[in-house]
Design a protein around this ligand. Structure first.
Ligand SMILES: Cc1ncc(C[n+]2csc(CCOP(=O)(O)OP(=O)(O)O)c2C)c(N)n1
Ligand SMILES: [Mg+2]
Length: 688
């Protein structure tokens, strides 16, 4: 069948035609009565749900927006009829149909669309974020193209566990132009992941035609570039979808890797219920596709094949009407969610640990400490794996993952292509699917490529889904300057992430903290941005216990006690502040050096109690001063500890320029020990 359909495609769909309509013939594979009835019932259910949603939207009971799946029902229904309960799928903004087909509870869906506390996401997600991980529904998604990395990661999780489940990524013709599609198609192909890329080509992305936005003749042609089977089929023919997808599912289960199936279809409505835009679709094209109602086509097939009698179809119609009425009643009876419920949904609770302190005589480097934490956690917990560029046999360009490949092998210490969105996104998908990925970004500046994945996906997943799922992901790598790597390899970017609810941001400055915090990060159920520093890689060595230990997230540390002034310093500024404190001690100035270690959540109490003791505060970080993390610390002390201050707060930060290449200029930009000492001296001499 695959070969037949492939050759059909090559003889068929031409650009500029009405979506290949002339060339699509209903497949002649007979559907069993049971399969036909299952698919038909699902299609009717989706249609009834979408019609009701439209009415509720007009009445103001469903707010915001929703994207109707009417016209495309055959795809979700026939794809899902091939899936087992333990298979999964990731959906997009037009996701109601996918969720219903995978077995989502319509009452919980409807309550969510109505924004109620009894909805799937407790009213925090709405139409575009329905998910039910217990049914393998990895979530609809408001970001076009995000489906692919989540599904790819879930498929990677299947492979790592040695399962035979498959994962489906549903996406539109528009999404096929996103980098995520291309990065994930490549990843899925080289790793032979059990994933189906199901493109629902409804021929338009909002108001643009795929014929104007897509380089290939058909989207399935792109499969060639990723060495996977690709075919274009009639998405309104449930029989054809069922048969072709069935073969691709079996192929994936056998471990033969991904397939790309492009289902030609048409949405009946505008882009969304809210959209009131120019409709560019020619009347002739529109009428031709509406005449090919997928539900009617299946009814005709069942009549021709004499499988399910008309009477039974009427019963199904009546049954889905009852279901939808009861779903609406359930939603209408739901309470409004509370602010307390909302606030409790952002983070999974952090574990409590008793840390041993940097005791013992064994001294190791910062790099060795990080390596030890990963090795110990991988040995302790099979769901932990490491991936990134050159992390395997090479051990990473700074040697942080050295030796792990030899201990844990290719699968769990996984070299990736240069595809930051793809592998960081796959990390999120794998975390959602229950693994504990540790993703290395070779140089932390490259995090800029992954912002959607971290900020819109990882940080919000638990929250959007009503505070239930966990995202145990660590994204780690070296930031900071000092080794003449210039503006795109030297930045300190912590403030980008401390601003995002849902993320944890850790920034160790010593080998002891590096091991304990990385251990805590890997065990934590939240996405963690784990910042390391190149200068600490090169220079930092210190006492680290041999045993496993974790440092509680949210607990700062006094690195040196003092009475005249507090210096809150982060990362490479900590050893500088300590060196400054040693010099100033000889001048009679007693400096307390406080390292927050955890930037989000911040140990506010420790900072406030230190300032209450010293009455003076300098904040030192390497990042640009403007908009830097120091502003947050300063604001905290002004808001909650103002009466304790005897002098203005001083921030010592990087100059507000990108990091330059020239060494003298780089030294001028990054705060030096001398600059720090000047600030401290001036502040101690100032005040009341
Ligand atoms: C990254 C991103 N860009 C733009 C949008 C706005 N937007 C939402 S849906 C959509 C069109 C998507 O088209 P397609 O992938 O073909 O799916 P369809 O709506 O046709 O089902 C656009 C532009 C978005 N949500 N996310
Ligand atoms: Mg589209």
């Amino acid at each position: 069948m695959l070969a037949k359909l492939r050759s059909k495609k090559f003889s068929g769909f031409g650009r500029g035609r009405a979506g290949g309509l002339d060339h699509m013939a209903t497949s002649n594979v007979k559907l069993s009565a049971e399969t036909a009835e299952t698919i038909y019932t699902t299609m009717r259910r989706i249609r009834a749900f979408e019609e009701k949603t439209m009415t509720l939207f007009e009445q103001g009971a469903v707010k915001g927006t929703a994207h109707s799946y009417i016209g495309e029902e055959a795809i979700a229904a026939a794809v899902s009829a091939n899936l087992r309960d333990d298979d999964s799928m990731a959906s997009n903004h037009r996701g109601h149909g996918h969720c219903i087909a995978k077995g989502a509870d319509q009452s919980l869906m409807m309550a969510e669309l109505m924004g109620r506390e009894n909805g799937y996401c407790g009213g925090l997600g709405g139409s575009m974020h329905i998910a039910d991980l217990s049914l393998g529904i990895l979530g609809a998604n408001g970001i076009v193209g995000a489906t692919m990395p989540l599904a790819t990661g879930a498929a990677l999780a299947v492979k790592l566990r040695g399962g035979d489940q498959v994962v489906v990524a549903f996406f539109g013709d528009g999404a096929s132009n996103q980098g995520t599609f291309h990065e994930c198609a490549n990843l899925a192909s080289i790793w032979k992941l059990p994933i189906l890329f199901i493109c629902e080509n409804n021929q338009y992305a909002l108001t643009t035609s795929y014929r104007d936005t897509t380089s290939a003749r058909q989207i399935s042609d792109r499969a060639v570039g990723y060495a996977m089977p690709g075919m274009t089929i009639d998405g309104n023919d449930a029989g054809e979808v069922y048969t072709v997808v069935g073969e691709a599912v079996e192929r994936a289960r056998r471990g033969e890797g991904p397939s790309l199936i492009e289902c030609m279809t048409y949405r009946w409505g505008q882009h969304s219920l809210r959209a009131n835009l120019r409709d560019p679709r020619p009347k002739e094209e529109y009428d031709a596709w509406i005449a090919r109602d997928p539900i009617k086509l299946l009814e005709e097939r069942m009549r021709a094949e004499k499988t399910v009698p008309r009477k039974r179809l009427n019963e199904i119609g009546a049954q889905v009407e009852r279901e939808i009425e009861s779903a609406v009643d359930f939603g209408s009876a739901g309470a409004e969610p509370t602010v307390e419920q909302m606030l409790a949904s952002v983070y999974s609770p952090h574990a409590h640990y008793d840390e041993p302190g940097p005791v013992g005589s064994r001294e190791i480097t910062y790099v060795e400490a990080l390596n030890e934490a990963m090795g110990a956690e991988m040995a302790r917990d099979e769901s932990v794996f490491v991936m990134g560029e050159d992390v395997g046999q090479t051990g990473g360009i700074f040697g942080v993952t050295k030796g792990l490949w030899e201990r844990f092998g290719n699968e769990r210490v996984r070299d990736t292509p240069i595809t930051e969105v793809g592998f960081t996104g796959a990390g999120v998908g794998a975390a959602i699917a229950g693994m504990r990925p540790v993703v290395e970004l070779q140089i932390f500046d490259f995090v800029a490529l992954t912002m959607d994945i971290l900020v819109n996906q990882a940080a919000k997943f638990r929250y959007m889904l009503g505070g239930k799922p966990t995202v145990p992901l660590v994204v780690r790598g070296p930031q900071g300057g000092g080794i003449r790597m210039a503006a795109q390899h030297s930045q300190s970017l912590e403030a980008w992430f401390t601003h995002v609810p849902g993320l944890v941001v850790l920034a160790p400055s010593t080998p002891y903290d590096a091991k304990g915090l990385l251990t805590a990060a890997i065990r934590d159920d939240n996405p963690v941005i784990f910042l390391e520093h190149k200068m600490l890689y090169m220079e930092s060595k210190g006492a680290v216990p041999e045993q496993d230990y974790a440092i509680p997230i949210g607990k700062g540390d006094i690195k040196r006690a003092g009475t005249d002034i507090t210096v809150v310093a982060t990362m490479a500024m900590v050893p500088r502040a300590l060196a400054a404190a040693r010099v100033l001690e000889r001048e009679g100035i007693s400096v307390e050096v406080l390292d927050p270690r955890t930037l989000r959540p911040l140990d506010e109490e420790l900072i406030l109690s230190s300032v209450a003791k010293t009455n003076r505060l300098v904040i030192a970080h390497e990042a640009c001063k403007q908009g830097g993390f120091g502003a947050e610390v300063a604001a905290l002390v002004v808001e909650k500890g103002f009466d304790d201050l005897d002098a203005p707060i001083v921030r010592v930060g990087g100059l507000d320029v990108p990091i330059p290449y020239n060494d003298a200029l780089e030294r001028a930009v990054i705060p030096s020990q001398e600059r720090l000492m000047e600030a401290i001296r001036e502040l101690v001499g100032n005040g009341i």
